[in-house]
Design a protein around this ligand. Structure first.
Ligand code: KG4
Ligand code: ZN
Length: 346
């Protein structure tokens, strides 16, 4: 049972990461090393990711993290079967750092280089962690992305819905900021909401009921701002109630959008097995109110709810190494060293 072993490198946003992952001929994966360095603290003072700071931090950390991953795995550079790095979408400075590191190592060690789409990494993770079979539906909700994607096979993706303005994680972060809570905002909003009354303040459910499967969150954020201005000065209870109302609005919006997507999956006859999977990815998938909604939706509509471990839902290099391995196994040729980085890559 021949194994293939890849180094993966991720640097598209504010995490620098390196990982070593193996895949056997039956498609079973094994994580041999997984190192992630978050730049969260360097960006916290600004309430969001600052591209220039991110690029510098990647330069400082990348080679050290790659060396650490190789050491952790006990695999030498010459024993690798390939090197995969994220080449988009994301912040261009960081992408250049990771992609050039990967290409340089691949060139020096004479290994195939795979340039991976970050979203493909998120999409294929559940096959490593849960052995999920194609086709399945993915809900990606992170600080940079909000998408519903039909995953038909390696390299075969259909985007069914996306946000027309803010990403969901971004909406959590901006809402937290305007309520005076810290960054990243998601966990703070979730914590504050626990003491809040979700029904006291009425907020909109953007896009609810619309046939297209897209999202919109900037109006919701504006509605929170207006409600906060009407209540100012805000008591601790006001903040808790606003957070609870925001989270409920988000959860009900997701119930509608994802519920429709599951129905469409069935209606189009895509379900090969009786319990196809809904896979979640992205940092917002950590939110327990959102998880509760998705879990009950899946139960009602006969889907398996699959959430990879949180560490692999957020940005990491395991998913990049794995995507490279999946591409190799599916017969995709390696990319040449000329393959460019792309900040936008739908
Ligand atoms: O996937 P991720 O770690 O990074 C990228 O955006 O690529 O996602 C980070 C986002 C942030 O916007 C953060 O506020 C949000 O995920 N997040 C949450 C929670 N934990 C993290 N949002 C809602 N509830 C949470 N518990
Ligand atoms: Zn991501």
């Amino acid at each position: 049972n021949k194994k293939s072993v890849f180094l993966g490198i991720e640097s598209s946003c504010d995490e620098t990461a390196a990982a070593i992952v193996a895949r056997d001929a039956d498609g079973r994966g094994e994580i041999l090393a997984d190192v992630v360095l978050s730049q969260m603290e360097e960006h916290a003072a600004f309430g969001g990711v600052v591209p220039e700071i991110a690029a510098r931090a990647h330069v400082e950390a990348t080679d050290r993290l790659i060396a650490e991953a190789l050491e952790q795995s006990g695999i030498s550079l010459s024993e690798l079967d390939g090197i995969a790095a994220t080449i988009g979408p994301g912040l261009i400075g960081g992408l250049i750092v990771g992609a050039m590191s990967g290409k340089a190592m691949a060139y020096a060690a004479n290994k195939p280089f795979y340039g991976v789409n970050h979203l493909e990494g998120h999409a294929l993770t559940a096959r490593l962690t849960n052995g999920v079979q194609f086709p399945f539906l993915m809900l990606l909700v992170s600080g940079g992305h909000t998408q519903i994607v039909l995953v038909k096979g390696v390299g075969e993706y259909e985007r069914w819905g996306t946000t027309i303005d803010d990403a969901l994680g971004e909406a959590f972060d901006k809402t937290a900021k305007l309520l005076g809570l810290g960054y990243p905002g998601g966990p703070q909003v979730e914590a504050a909401a626990k003491a809040g009354d979700p029904k006291r303040i009425a907020l909109p459910r953007p896009m609810k009921g619309e046939a297209r499967l897209d999202f919109s969150f900037s109006g919701l954020k504006t509605a929170v701002r207006q409600a906060a201005q009407n209540l100012a000065p805000l008591s601790e209870q006001d903040v808790a109630d606003l957070c609870a109302a925001f989270q409920l609005a988000v959860a009900e919006t997701l119930r509608d959008r994802v519920g429709r997507s599951l129905a469409r999956f069935r209606a189009e006859g895509l379900a090969a097995e009786d319990r196809p999977a809904l896979v979640v990815a992205g940092g917002v998938a950590a939110n327990s109110a959102i998880r509760a909604v998705l879990t009950s939706l899946c139960e009602n509509q006969g889907f398996a709810f699959v959430a990879p471990p949180f560490r692999l839902c957020t940005d990491n290099a395991v998913m990049i190494a794995w995507a490279g391995l999946e591409r190799e196994a599916a017969g995709f040729p390696a990319d040449g060293f000329e393959v460019p980085v792309r900040s936008r890559w739908p």
